[in-house]
Ligand binder design. Sequence first.
Ligand SMILES: [Zn+2]
Length: 277
Amino acid sequence: MATTPRIAWLVLAAVLVSACATSPTGRRQLMLVSEEQAISASRQAYVQEMGKYQQAGKLVTDPQVLRRVRVITERLVAQAVKLRPDSAKWQWSVQVVDDPKNVNAWCMAGGRMAVYTGLLSQVDPTDDELAQVMGHEIAHALANHTAERMSVAMAGQAGVLAAGILSDNPGQAMAAAAVAAKLAVDLPNSRTAENEADRIGIELAAKAGYDPRAAVTLWQKMGAVGNGKAPPAFLSTHPSDQQRQQRLGALAPQMMPYYQSKGARPTYPVRVGGGAA
Ligand SMILES: [Zn+2]
């Protein structure tokens, strides 16, 4: 590649100037990639990541675990699709990764999710609490936070990554975008994005029939896991501070009518387990 890092920075700076978008809440967002690009890059990153886990025999196949995750996720996704009808064409799927040390879960652009067994074994969430984690992660994807974090990842890795993504070679651009999509999973969201995901996530979960009060107990449990030793991966991107618990505690009563409403909760088919594709 002939592009020098200096030129890459200049290109990036030019893109940055034109790439600041404003969110519906009036927030300035750094947007170097479109949501479509984030979805296709996420697909590639997901297949790569899960392919590695599959080869290592690290994708959980235990039907009991998968059934539990399926019930919760399919009810949440039914609400996600109601909230954002165009997400019906996403490839909603979830894998459970056998990694007991990793307290983590995420949802990429386009609805591809992962739950790590460390979250299940160390936090030991109830179904209501697990629904809060998944609802929160789904909310990030619905609110297009993946593209926002990919943009941050690209800006932080400008020399290599931005030049790759902006290159004329589609293969190279795609590979670099997949790296950005993977990096995006590990990057913290902005505080405002976290607030948005908390607000949308607790509502998705309540409408799916999960107790909104579990949002508070979830973060308490999560914080307890982080005490003392090295904090879990999820906490490095999701600080479990008092403010967050207070905000969720204040939101919970508003969500109770959704939770308490009668009638069966709809489900939406989600691909659960069964490999990397
Ligand atoms: Zn979050």
